[in-house]
Design a binder for this molecule. Sequence first.
Ligand SMILES: Nc1nc2c(ncn2[C@@H]2O[C@H](COP(=O)(O)OP(=O)(O)OP(=O)(O)O)[C@@H](O)[C@H]2O)c(=O)[nH]1
Ligand SMILES: [Mg+2]
Length: 173
Amino acid sequence: MKKIILMGRSECGKTSLTQAMRGETVTYKKTQYINHYDVIIDTPGEYAENHHLARALALYAYEADVVGFLLSATEPYSLYSPNCTSMANREVIGIVTQIDQPNANPERAERWLRLTGCKTVYHTSAKTGEGISDILEHLREEGDVLPWDKNQEEKIQKQQKTTEKQQKPTKTA
Ligand SMILES: Nc1nc2c(ncn2[C@@H]2O[C@H](COP(=O)(O)OP(=O)(O)OP(=O)(O)O)[C@@H](O)[C@H]2O)c(=O)[nH]1
Ligand SMILES: [Mg+2]
């Protein structure tokens, strides 16, 4: 898995997203996914709340393969400057959080994230789990097995067994 660093202002949901991403992996495929614990870097919201963001971003991005800019769907404004993704020499993806909230406006948050230069933007909810798998898929590297691969494998095996049973000629006396 590629390593991601999550950035965004306080309370936007970085820690909750981290927990949701880890929770999913732990629940479904404990042993194989222990490394997920090493692929998410959670940062304090303060980084994004002062003008040192650019420096912090540039510095901490070295620790990761992908930078995630988080923006809550409930935010009435954005702290990100236009085109600030250019400060990182890593891929930067946008993550709209808390889309389950009653006052959420994910489209507006996405527009702000696109203004920063994010080419890819995911809509997520740490509460319902929506969009979490999309981020994990984004971080997938060759050879990585994700929980739904196993489910898919089991489904295909079941289907094959059913088809085999149906195709077997029934014995006549
Ligand atoms: N309904 C809902 N609430 C969320 C979601 N994500 C986070 N929250 C809530 O928002 C609040 C802040 O979430 P955190 O994950 O602690 O935010 P953070 O970005 O880590 O904040 P700092 O550590 O202060 O920078 C908490 O009360 C969470 O329960 C979400 O997807 N849905
Ligand atoms: Mg936090």
